[in-house]
Design a protein. Structure first.
Length: 313
C-alpha cells in the first residue's frame, strides 16, 4: 500500500510508551488509560521523508535539579535532502508537568519558554552509529556511540575525539561531551591479540544497570557477552563484571545483545537478536550461562521494553 508506514515502539520509560509514526512523529501512550497523544510537530518532521530507512536517535530522561522530563530526538538530516547540512539535527522536548500531563493543560502560558515545544539544540560533534539508536540515560546524561567509520579523524570541529570515546548529551545543560572513553582498549588488551578494532564493529552496545553505564561486548569468537561497568566517569574507569555464555550463535548471524532487566536476585534478562529470530534469555551470575525463555520472530518493528507501573485503574 503506497504511503503505508508501520509504527514502531521507541522505548518504555517512566510508565509510558513512546511510539514513532510516519515522518518521525512521536506519540505518547498511557497503558493504564489507553490514551494516545502525538507530540507537537518540530523541525525534524519537515525534513524527514516517509519510511523507516533514515537514521533516527532518541533518549528520554529526567533532570534531577528541576524534575523536568526531557526527550531528545536526533535525525540524520544529511541523508534526507534539503536539510541543514550539519549531518544531524538535534531537538529537545521538555515535559513541564510530567509526561502524562503535558497535553491536558489548556493554558497556552504553560507551554512558553520552551515547555511543550521542540527546540533545536547543539548537534552531535560527529556522526552517530546508525545501528544503535536509543540513547542510554544514566545520571542525567544520554549516551550514544559514534559511527566507527569516522574514527579515522581524531579532531572534528572543536572536539578532540579519540577512537572509542562515548559521546553524551547532558539533559540539564543541553550540551554534548566526549569526555568518557569506552573500554575498547581494555577489551582488545584482554583478548591477548585475538581481537582488534575491526572485530568490535557491530559487537558493542550500551545499557544501564542500577545507575551504571554498561558497555555490552559480544565476542563472536567465544560466543560470550562481556558486561563492562563504568565505575568512574571522570577517569573513564571500567570494570568487567560479567562474562556470559549465550550459546552457539554464529557471529555472522548475530545482530546484537541488549540487557533488558535485572531481577532482584541478580539474574539478568537479555534480548539476543539474530538475523532469523530474537531470543529472550535469562542469565544467572552463579553459572555464567544463559537460558532461553522465549523465541520471537525477528523484525525491525519488534521491541522489548520494561513497564514498571500498574495496569490496574
Amino acid at each position: 500500500m503506497e504511503g503505508y508506514y508501520e509504527p514502531r515502539v521507541l522505548c518504555t520509560r517512566f510508565e509510558y510508551v513512546l511510539l514513532q509514526g510516519q515522518d518521525h512523529i512521536i506519540s505518547v501512550i498511557d497503558p493504564v488509560s489507553g490514551s494516545v497523544s502525538a507530540l507537537p510537530v518540530g523541525i525534524a518532521e519537515g525534513l524527514a521523508c516517509p519510511g523507516s530507512g533514515y537514521p533516527f536517535w532518541i533518549a528520554l530522561g529526567q533532570v534531577a535539579s528541576t524534575g523536568e522530563y526531557k526527550l531528545v530526538r536526533i535525525v540524520g538530516e544529511d541523508l534526507m535532502g534539503g536539510g541543514y547540512g550539519d549531518g544531524h539535527l538535534c531537538e529537545v522536548f521538555t515535559f513541564g508537568e510530567g509526561i502524562g500531563h503535558w497535553w491536558k493543560n489548556d493554558n497556552p502560558a504553560a507551554y512558553r519558554g520552551g515547555i511543550g515545544q521542540w527546540r533545536k539544540v547543539e548537534s552531535p560533534p560527529a556522526y552517530l552509529d546508525p545501528s544503535f539508536t536509543n540513547g542510554v540515560v544514566v545520571k542525567g546524561a544520554a549516551y550514544y556511540f559514534f559511527d566507527g567509520l569516522h574514527f579515522e579523524q581524531p579532531y572534528i570541529d572543536s572536539y578532540n575525539i579519540k577512537p572509542g570515546c562515548i559521546p553524551s548529551f547532558n539533559l540539564e545543560t543541553e550540551q554534548w561531551s566526549v569526555a568518557v572513553q569506552g573500554p575498547i582498549s581494555q577489551i582488545i588488551e584482554k583478548s591477548n591479540g585475538v581481537l582488534n578494532y575491526r572485530d568490535l564493529g557491530g559487537r558493542i552496545m550500551l545499557g544501564e544497570h542500577k545507575d551504571f553505564l554498561v558497555t555490552v561486548h559480544y565476542n563472536k569468537k567465544t560466543s560470550t557477552v562481556d558486561l563492562w561497568f563504568l565505575m568512574d566517569a571522570e577517569n573513564s574507569l571500567w570494570s568487567r563484571q560479567h562474562i556470559i555464555q549465550i550459546g552457539n550463535i554464529p557471529g555472522s548471524m548475530l545482530v546484537g545483545v541488549q540487557p533488558v532487566l535485572v531481577l532482584d536476585d541478580g539474574r539478568i534478562i537479555l534480548l539476543v537478536r539474530t538475523q532469523s529470530k530474537d531470543l529472550l534469555q535469562i542469565y544467572s551470575p552463579g553459572t555464567n550461562n544463559a537460558t532461553v525463555l522465549q523465541v520471537m520472530a525477528s523484525s525491525s518493528y519488534v521491541g522489548v521494553g520494561i513497564y514498571t507501573g500498574s495496569l490496574l485503574c
